[in-house]
Design a protein around this ligand. Structure first.
Ligand code: GDP
Ligand code: MG
Length: 243
């Protein structure tokens, strides 16, 4: 991660993999660049899940991405037409941050409600791009952003549908638990309510939240048909959280 404010905990679930992408992880930035001059990622998750924030962190920028349509024409986000007319919500569009053009992102925004139509668009995209022989067109990963501040509802609605029904084929799916700092604060709150001193509660929450989250909440993914192959817990550094 480029941003020093981001604290990242990676949990390798070591599920047995049917796909050939397993050896892509972990790779450092340079290895990644050599292998994939343009690393293409489908980014999923509800509105407000923290998608834009994590992409900005990965690309080490605070800028908004530029969006290109399938004709490689830049979409002008300041235009007055409604976003649908501007074609902004097309999964085929490429989102690129000037600061790091080595990543190409696709946003599956429409999938939020988990409707049958939208699900089909996502599944088709993954199938087509996962199998694309032209490596520049190939989809290399799916990052599913799941806000940890609502831990008991991780696998509901569109998320349940995706992890139960969407076959990613050989494309690795990474679950990214965003807003993990919020989960830590909730744990601290729980402990203070139990009579813990506030500082002790924070220390204990920081120490135990990661395992607690994995064992109590993230385990729902063990039961799904297409579980993520890797999980990342992402939090703003304590004390410098901007929210
Ligand atoms: N506390 C906390 N807030 C976050 C984190 N990541 C994102 N946010 C906030 O959540 C809100 C939505 O984030 P955004 O990246 O725009 O979500 P998107 O709609 O999925 O693109 C913003 O106010 C962010 O500042 C995080 O790790 N911790
Ligand atoms: Mg966004």
């Amino acid at each position: 991660m480029g941003d020093s404010q981001a604290r990242v905990i990676v949990i390798d679930r070591r599920v047995s993999l049917k796909n050939s992408h397993q050896h892509h992880y972990p790779m450092d930035d340079q290895q990644l660049r050599q292998r994939f001059p343009r690393f293409r990622v489908l980014v999923m998750g509800k509105a407000n899940a923290g998608k834009t924030t994590i992409l900005q962190r990965v690309c080490n920028t605070t800028d908004q991405p530029e969006i290109y349509n399938t004709q490689r024409k830049r979409i002008n986000l300041s235009a007055v037409a409604p976003s649908r007319e501007r074609g902004e919500h097309n999964i085929e569009n490429e989102m690129v941050f000037k600061a790091n053009p080595g990543y190409v992102f696709h946003d599956s925004r429409g999938f939020e409600c988990g409707s049958v139509e939208e699900f089909k668009i996502v599944q088709d995209f993954i199938e087509r791009r996962g199998k694309a022989t032209q490596s520049s067109q190939q989809l290399h990963a799916i990052w599913y952003c799941l806000p940890a501040d609502n831990a008991s509802r991780l696998l509901t609605g569109a998320e349940a549908r995706f992890f139960q029904e969407c076959d990613p084929g050989a494309v690795p799916v990474i679950a990214i638990y965003t807003k993990f700092d919020d989960f830590v604060l909730q744990t601290q709150q729980f402990l203070t309510n139990q009579g813990w001193d506030e500082d002790d509660a924070f220390e204990e929450a920081s120490r135990s939240a990661s395992n607690h989250f994995t064992e109590e909440y993230a385990k729902v993914f063990h039961t799904t048909r297409f579980p993520p192959i890797r999980e990342v817990q992402l939090q703003h550094e304590q004390g410098r959280c901007k929210v």
